[in-house]
Design a protein. Structure first.
Length: 211
């Protein structure tokens, strides 16, 4: 599949939101081991508000508007660092790429590339710091390396790379958040933010494969 309509893109984003909501117990469990234990709660709140905001949009909304609306809703409802970073994940790239009525590789890949750059700039994290960047950057690089127009192939590559990135976070000592104080004791545990990124890409890929 080389393109999704705006309506399909909305459904894909809603599917991603639902997947994160359903993963609240998992995200809470992961975060409770080295963090504050509230990542699952925050992500559920943000994704519920994102879903409400998406459903309220008119059918004429562009692909960019869908992503920006999702990011804005998360940023406004979650609060804290996670709200800013995950809001940026959806909002920043959509602001930086040309307006699109359909979601194609030429929009999807640059959108997430610009979002990755914005997330790194805003949060200050780099690969190896045990954050969502450890899943997001491999996902973006995998899509860019594939150089494909097939959305299913692109999102499959992103999902697989994000999963590998999550696994790699178990080897890192945390450099941000509460887990930072644990230093080497955070090694052996995966990062909750990276896990959320993995879930998002997995859900988007699952949606596209059914179209």
């Amino acid at each position: 599949m080389n393109a999704l309509s705006a309506a399909q893109t909305k459904e894909m984003l809603l599917a991603a939101a639902q997947a994160v909501i359903e993963s609240k117990p998992l995200l809470t469990e992961i975060d409770s081991k080295i963090g504050d234990g509230d990542h699952g709660i925050g992500m559920e709140t943000g994704m519920r508000k994102a879903g409400e905001a998406l459903r309220a949009l008119p059918e004429s909304a562009s692909v960019n508007t869908l992503f920006k609306t999702m990011g804005r809703a998360m940023m406004m409802s979650m609060g804290g660092a996670s709200g800013v970073i995950f809001g940026t994940l959806f909002q920043a790239g959509a602001k930086a790429v040309p307006e699109a009525e359909t979601l194609e590789a030429g929009t999807l890949v640059p959108l997430f590339r610009r979002s990755l750059e914005a997330v790194k700039t805003r949060g200050g994290a780099q690969p190896g710091d045990k954050t969502m960047v450890d899943a997001l950057e491999p996902a973006v690089l995998a899509m860019e390396a594939l150089d494909s127009k097939d959305l299913c192939q692109l999102l499959a590559a992103a999902s697989s790379a994000a999963a590998e990135g999550v696994e790699n976070t178990k080897r890192y000592a945390a450099k941000f958040g509460r887990a930072k104080s644990l230093m080497e004791r955070s090694i052996g545990h995966q990062d909750a933010g990276a896990t959320s990124v993995q879930i998002i890409f997995e859900a988007m890929h699952a949606y596209v494969t059914k179209q």
